[in-house]
Design a binder for this molecule. Structure first.
Ligand code: SAH
Ligand code: SF4
Length: 437
């Protein structure tokens, strides 16, 4: 008798990651899984059932698939695993709206993923690689160097991890009467307590026109940003396999518009993406308006200079009619001069785009600091006056997401000092929330 068929749920997550070498079912696209079952002589509806169990019921063991015949459950369990990631540390913001986890993959490597709870959505920021080879000097992941690409199933599993978590802990946004105003950022001329439209809306901010009773609860991930560790466009094939499974109605079923790929600017891969049949959102980490400055802290710029990058972006906009987001991390005294804001405005003029201004989340050892708020808003105003739409991400969530890599660094430093105890590792980060309550 097959052991797996009789054991309790979750056994797949307890399997020794070092010894279990069966392929992960999540690495199979819905089509490949369907083909495999057809090869095994199973009727066509069986694949639909398995996919339903995997992606809708979020089964963690083939033995849970109760409407499959025992022989099929056994054969599946003997051939494949249902994932293998395991949480080894997590950070939760003090209001619970941002949850960052460090996940161990089955070869022992670790990556980060972040869930952000907003009023009306629950996006997840996922990693695409262990480490990163791009070497941006302000980035914690860049400091680690490159270890390996994630398999498409490992990318998917980060989303499924949070789908499981949200199923257990559905997000119930507070009705306006129960909310405390949390906004303290002040854009120039903003006297009220609500964020200006150009601020990143936080968990309790009700978008204009939202019903006062609040949306229904959110029990699964609503958006995905490929903005965690690694450069997604150098892991192109696995990224796109994951995107397809995430998009497939038979699997996760998230629309392409709900997915955003963030890139350091690998121009040829942006062009390649413009030929894909799914038009996902594109975010480009620009961070500087000229090559000299950009290359000084983003080495990849020498390979794909700004003109080449922007021409690829134009191609993307033309092919997809999607507005591109340019990310601009503001580093004190490095790329935040107001002359650079004018230069940036000139560079982006006439393009279908949006600029996200993100004060640096400082990485210890780099000596770099965040731009002070007043300068952030002065920088923003120049762009807005030039007709470029902007967002300032100051408060939380994306700040943590943007600094993906830091939990891994902290965790690995900590692990050298003590024995792992996941309970002790659940810490509450106050820093990014200081002054926002
Ligand atoms: N490699 C991709 C996606 C991962 S990085 C890219 O570079 O776009 C995701 C975003 O976080 C990028 O915009 C990156 O520049 C930003 N980022 C990295 N380190 C940061 C830090 N310390 N503070 C703020 N943003 C950071
Ligand atoms: Fe890699 Fe992005 Fe970090 Fe640059 S910012 S090192 S591309 S993860």
């Amino acid at each position: 008798m097959n052991e797996l068929a009789t054991t309790k749920a979750n056994i797949a997550f307890q399997t020794n990651p070092q010894t279990d070498r069966k392929p992960s079912v999540y690495d199979l696209s819905p089509d490949k899984l369907t083909a495999l079952l057809a090869e095994w002589g199973e009727p066509a509806y069986r694949a639909k059932q398995v996919l339903h169990w995997l992606y809708k019921e979020l089964a963690s063991d083939f033995s849970q698939m109760s409407n499959l015949p025992l022989h099929l459950r056994e054969r599946l369990a003997g051939t494949l695993t249902i994932g293998s990631i395991e949480v080894i540390a997590q950070k939760v913001s003090s209001d619970g709206s941002t949850r960052k986890v460090l996940l161990r993959l089955r070869d022992g490597n670790t990556v980060e993923a972040v869930l952000m709870l907003y009023y009306d959505r629950a996006p997840v920021c996922v990693s695409s690689q262990v480490g990163c080879a791009m070497g941006c000097t302000f980035c914690a992941t860049g400091q680690m160097g490159f270890t390996r690409n994630l398999a498409s199933g490992e990318i998917l599993e980060q989303v499924l991890f949070f789908n499981r978590w949200l199923r257990e802990h559905p997000h119930r946004p507070l009705a306006p009467s129960q909310r405390r105003t949390r906004y303290t950022g002040r854009a120039a001329g903003d006297k009220g307590r609500r964020p200006p439209a150009s601020m990143d809306a936080d968990a309790w901010h009700v978008p204009d026109g939202a019903s006062s009773s609040g949306p229904t609860e959110i029990a699964s991930v609503t958006n995905i940003v490929f903005m965690g560790m690694g450069e997604p466009l150098v892991n192109y094939n696995n990224l796109w396999s994951a995107i397809r499974t995430l998009n497939s109605p038979q699997a996760v079923g998230l629309g392409a518009r709900r997915m955003t790929v963030s890139t350091v600017g690998i121009a040829p891969q942006i062009r390649r993406m413009s030929h894909e049949d799914l038009a996902v959102n594109l975010a480009v980490s620009l961070h500087a308006p000229n090559d000299e400055l950009r290359s000084s802290f983003m080495p990849m710029n020498s390979r794909y200079p700004i003109a080449d990058l922007l021409s690829a972006c134009h191609d993307y906009v033309e092919a997809t009619h999607r507005r591109i987001t340019f990310e601009y991390v503001l580093i004190n005294g490095v790329n935040d001069g107001l002359n650079l804001a004018h230069e940036l405005a000139g560079l982006l003029k006439g393009m279908l785009c949006h600029v996200n201004l993100i004060p640096l989340n400082p990485v210890p050892g780099t000596g770099m600091r965040a731009t002070p708020r007043e300068r952030v808003f002065a920088f923003q105003k120049i762009l807005e006056d030039a007709g470029i739409s902007t967002t300032v991400r100051i408060e939380r969530g994306v700040d943590i997401a943007a600094a993906c890599g830091q939990l891994k660094v902290e965790e690995e430093a900590g692990a050298r000092r003590r024995t792992l105890n996941p309970e002790l590792l659940t810490v509450h980060v106050q820093a990014d929330l200081a002054g926002t309550l």
